[in-house]
Design a protein around this ligand. Structure first.
Ligand code: ARG
Length: 467
């Protein structure tokens, strides 16, 4: 039975009918639709619309739908069901007879899809938070095992200053911590229950909205029925947060690809996550990283699709909103499928510490330390900069490193240079110089590893607590 045929005299165009269906993709909302329907049935009984026997029958019927969907997935291949709401209504009547049709009293599909999507986004956030915690832990573990290894830090992709490999890795941990925070914040605005909003104006039955919300684990109820039935901000925000997360992954992937090239040779790609070339036998390609980098574009597309779907949309529900579902699903699936893989990659990649250290020792990256030496001797920093610039020029001409210049050369450039200068230009000294919280001095990085681990543990506990 259709959900709305009463006022129609003509049959629907069959192609249109099929084209406007959302069941091919919203069927995945079935567990949420069933949970929300159970809660609604209880509210109906409480309001005196259903007898306790009818409630028991409906709950039993919903249970059977869940079991059947679980045991035989073909059950969901229903070409008649318009959407997941229609499917449940239809199957409920098939299982328990006409009592099934009583369930729709006092509710509208407009609030049903709103509640289903909120439940979907909430569950996806929880899953992604857990996977993110594993990913961040993998980064921290690699930072810990990198020990005192150094590498060049780049600005403008030019060698700038040496940094600890651990410090570089923790920079990525920070990006993903922010992503986790953003999702936690989005979850708060997502976890509000729209049930009882009706089609637009609010339910016509005395439904206990707070009980409904509590039943489904929501923190509170939505405040305005017009907004609640048309709001997709929670989904937009969720997908935008995933967009930023995916952008972070694209930066990470790009850098790993670059560092795995022979020009850098910092990163040895793990074979388990790379592929060969059908043409060139010597090739080992960074496919995982390239696909991760490529996903960012599609996920950004999802965020754009959602944003433009709600742009200029008049209140309240409009069928345009059906178009918001697939971008939500794509973005969530792309991230949840990718996270365990990048975590596996990170756990199995080999960093070529020898090569990284070697690169950290060349390229005049101790120039700032030489200038700091002069500043320590009371020379104004601008003059110190100028003097060391001249030393770099000389070293370039002599084709040597700064530490290879003679004291005589240094003194000719500035008299404040003295015989203890070479000890200030060694890699350990240069690293230790950056001794501020958040800097690359080894003791600071050791502390940063501990802090990151504590934050990640705290985050995971919070995630578990809200479940
Ligand atoms: N399948 C619809 C959607 O995803 C459900 C809501 C339909 N509401 C309506 N008034 N036609 O948006």
């Amino acid at each position: 039975m259709k959900m709305w045929s009463g006022r129609f005299r003509q049959e629907l165009d069959p192609d249109f009918e099929n084209w406007q269906r959302s069941f091919p993709y919203d069927r995945r909302l079935l567990p949420f639709e069933l949970a929300a329907s159970r809660a609604h049935a209880r509210a109906l009984e409480h309001a005196g619309v259903l007898s306790s026997e009818e409630l028991a029958e409906i709950v039993e019927g919903l249970e059977q739908i869940a079991k059947r969907a679980e045991s035989s997935p073909q059950f969901l291949d229903d070409p008649e069901a318009e959407d997941v709401h229609h499917f449940v209504e239809k199957q409920l009547a098939a299982f328990i007879g006409d009592t099934g049709y009583k369930l729709h009293a006092g509710r509208s599909r407009n609030e049903q899809i709103a509640v289903d999507l909120r439940l979907f986004v909430r569950a996806a956030i929880d899953e992604i938070q857990n996977l993110l915690a594993d990913w961040i832990e993998a980064i921290i573990a690699r930072a810990e095992s990198a020990g005192s290894a150094a590498m060049p830090g780049f600005t403008h992709l030019q060698p700038a200053e040496p940094v600890l490999v651990a410090h570089w890795l923790l920079a990525y941990a920070e990006m993903f911590f922010r992503d986790s925070d953003r999702l936690a914040s989005c979850r708060k605005r997502t976890n509000l229950c729209p049930l009882g909003s009706g089609a637009i104006a609010g339910a016509t039955l005395a439904l206990n909205r707070r009980a409904l919300a509590a039943d489904l684990g929501f923190d509170d109820i939505t405040a305005n029925s017009i907004d609640a039935t048309s709001d997709r901000d929670f989904a937009l925000e969720f997908v935008q947060d995933l967009e930023v997360l995916a952008l972070h992954f694209s930066r990470w992937a790009e850098e790993m690809i670059l560092f795995s090239t022979s020009a850098y040779d910092f990163v040895e790609l793990p074979e388990a996550y790379s592929t060969g070339s059908s043409a060139m036998p010597q090739k080992k390609n960074p496919d995982l990283l390239e696909l991760v980098r490529g996903k960012a574009g599609r996920i950004a597309g999802c965020a754009t699709a959602l944003g433009t779907a709600v742009k200029s949309l008049p209140l309240a529900y409009n069928k345009d909103l059906q178009e918001t579902q697939e971008p939500i699903f794509y973005a969530a699936d792309a991230i949840t499928s990718m996270l365990p893989l990048v975590t596996g990659w990170m756990r199995s990649v080999t960093f070529n510490f020898g090569r990284m250290n070697e690169a950290a020792e060349s390229g005049f990256m101790n120039a700032w330390a030489a200038a700091a030496y002069l500043v320590g001797h009371g020379v104004p920093s601008r003059q110190a900069h100028e003097a060391v610039g001249k030393a770099v020029r000389l070293a370039l001409e002599l084709k040597c490193n700064l530490e290879d210049l003679s004291l005589h050369d240094w003194r000719a450039i500035h008299p404040a240079f003295d015989s203890d200068l070479p000890s200030h230009l060694t890699l350990p000294h240069v690293l230790a110089l950056h001794d501020v919280p958040g800097g690359t001095a080894p003791l600071r990085v050791k502390q940063a590893i501990e802090d990151a681990r504590a934050r990640n543990m705290l985050r995971s506990q919070e995630v578990h607590a809200i479940k």
